[in-house]
Design a protein around this ligand. Structure first.
Ligand code: GTP
Ligand code: MG
Length: 176
């Protein structure tokens, strides 16, 4: 099985947009201003060599509680059991102060021993200073759960920032 990299984060954080930016294919992953667009586990084969996996966002309030819980169980099952999964990219909205849902999800990944990287999204939406401030606060909050911090990327799907860095990181993991 080819290696795969899952992209996950709260609904509307910009997962599908980041995937399109990384692959340079605009309509590949469907994006939307309405949260909850991605409802399936979608695999995208890159260079006939590895997969990007677009997952539905967590914490989407508009679907019923029971179907949300079912989805979360499904995603957690996938993340825990998928042998070809190399690591998870957790996407975090760079405009926001640390959110409990994101911290809890990272901490769950840590408990399960699932390696993850952090990608802060939508950095074009505010000043670099503000972005870095939120990233710094997130790091501090993560240190409540972890001794070591994961690799961090600051991205903008709009400006194509962070593309080379993320693709290089994936390349490096694929080579090992
Ligand atoms: P779900 O599949 O619903 O969980 O959402 P998602 O995380 O896949 O988000 P999606 O990529 O659909 O983007 C949500 C909205 O944010 C869309 O309107 C995007 O155009 C916008 N967006 C995503 N990334 C960026 C970015 O880097 N900059 C800006 N300015 N807007 C972005
Ligand atoms: Mg999506």
């Amino acid at each position: 099985m080819l290696p795969e990299y899952a992209f996950i984060g709260r609904s509307n954080v910009g997962k599908s947009s980041l995937i399109n930016m990384l692959t340079s294919k605009k309509g590949l992953a469907k994006t939307s201003q309405t949260p909850g667009k991605t409802q399936l586990i979608n695999h995208f084969l890159i260079n006939e060599d590895w997969y990007i996996v677009d997952l539905p966002g967590y914490g989407y309030a508009k679907v019923s509680r029971s179907s949300r819980e079912e989805w979360e169980r499904f995603i957690r099952y996938y993340l825990k059991n998928r042998e070809s999964l190399q690591c998870v990219f957790v996407l975090v909205d760079s405009r926001l102060e640390p959110q409990m849902a994101d911290l809890k999800f990272c901490s769950w990944l840590g408990e399960q021993g699932i390696p993850f990287l952090l990608a802060f999204t939508k950095a074009d939406k505010q000043s670099n200073f503000k972005t870095l401030q939120n990233v710094e606060k997130f790091k501090v909050a993560l240190l409540d759960y972890f001794e070591e911090l994961p690799q961090i990327f600051i991205t903008s799907a709009e400006k194509r920032d962070g593309r080379e860095e993320i693709l290089t990181a994936i390349d490096d993991i694929n080579k090992n």
